[in-house]
Design a protein around this ligand. Structure first.
Ligand code: AVI
Length: 313
């Protein structure tokens, strides 16, 4: 499958002074499978930490909502649902009346999530919505049913500061007063732990990054030689940023047949692929307030590596 936005973004990114490919392009069918493998790696701690939070503190989170029933649990981004399922299971066991509303732009991701959720929780009330986050939040907020919006997995870490602002002000603008937002943030910690999570010894994260070049080859007729690029990832504990790159191992020209364009790489030139920002609790509190929210509580895992932070509009 090819689409114009992908072709245009790749052209823009490879023409920029610091070449870049957006991390949103990691998740084609192959990249999504590699990401599943990343989430199973012992080095990639965020998944297990958030799983622990939602499994062990689900009841505390729900008590804190103090919503009248029925209410909606609205998941922004379909994901694989394994972590969210822990939370939903606890609500169902307590006989709480709620609907689960996964929102995603991809109908396929939503269908897979729905099938998967119902296979584990057959009596779950599930009302999937296909569309963009802001308009779906706006639609849900026009009814009086209370909403808990979930933005899990630490996805917010993949956004630059201005993008975080645009995202959170967009959420805020479309939410109604009293609705809540639970966001997963990866926390700053021993830098060696973070470095290893993004540069694992098995090279799974490397393959995840190289798949971007493969995707360009497959979908746009690129001729990237994957042996001529290597992966480099760097965590800066002074600003909490992991930045990941592909490095051109030699001077080379790469062509894309679909557009007829080509791009020159010098030896050791970088293609920036991803930001994975790590937060402090103070950063999170500042971010909430700057975007109009009030922090209700941080729910941390036992190692204090990760938090699901509950905010109210
Ligand atoms: C999806 N996102 C939160 C992941 C992260 O940790 O930034 C993507 C990822 N990139 C490399 N490993 C995992």
């Amino acid at each position: 499958m090819s689409d114009n936005t992908f072709a245009e973004d790749i052209h823009q990114g490879l023409s920029a002074p610091l070449k870049q490919i957006s991390s949103k392009y990691f998740y084609d069918d192959i990249g999504s499978v590699i990401f599943q493998d990343i989430m199973k790696m012992p080095e990639y701690y965020p998944t297990a930490c958030e799983f622990e939070i939602l499994s062990l503190q689900g009841e505390k989170i729900i008590d804190k909502l103090s919503f009248a029933e029925p209410f909606n649990i609205v998941e922004l981004g379909a994901g694989d649902g394994i972590k969210t399922r822990q939370l939903l299971k606890q609500l169902m066991e307590k006989g709480i009346d709620f609907s689960y509303v996964p929102v995603d732009i991809s109908g396929k991701a939503i269908d897979e999530l729905k099938t998967n959720m119902l296979s584990h929780l057959p009596s779950l009330k599930i009302k999937p919505l296909i569309g963009n986050y802001f308009s779906m939040i706006g639609e849900l907020s026009s009814s009086s049913t209370p909403n808990l919006f979930l933005f899990l997995g630490g996805n917010i870490g993949n956004y630059e500061a201005e993008e975080v602002r645009a995202l959170l002000t967009g959420f805020h603008r479309n939410m109604k007063a009293g609705d809540k937002l639970l966001t997963g943030f990866d926390l700053q910690k021993n830098p060696a732990t973070i470095r290893l999570a993004y540069d694992d010894p098995q090279g799974i994260t490397r393959d995840f990054n190289l798949n971007l070049l493969n995707r360009i080859n497959r979908e746009l007729g690129g001729n990237f030689n994957l042996n001529q690029f290597e992966f480099y990832s760097f965590y800066n504990p002074l600003n909490g940023e992991v930045r990941s790159y592909l490095v051109s191992l030699k001077a080379q020209r790469v062509s894309i047949s679909q557009s007829g364009k080509s791009y020159q790489f010098s030896q050791n030139e970088l293609i920036w692929t991803e930001l994975s920002k790590k937060y402090t609790l103070k950063d999170i509190e500042r971010t909430a307030v700057e975007n109009g929210f009030e922090v209700m509580e941080h729910f941390l895992d036992c190692k204090h590596y990760f938090t699901d932070s509950l905010w109210i509009k």
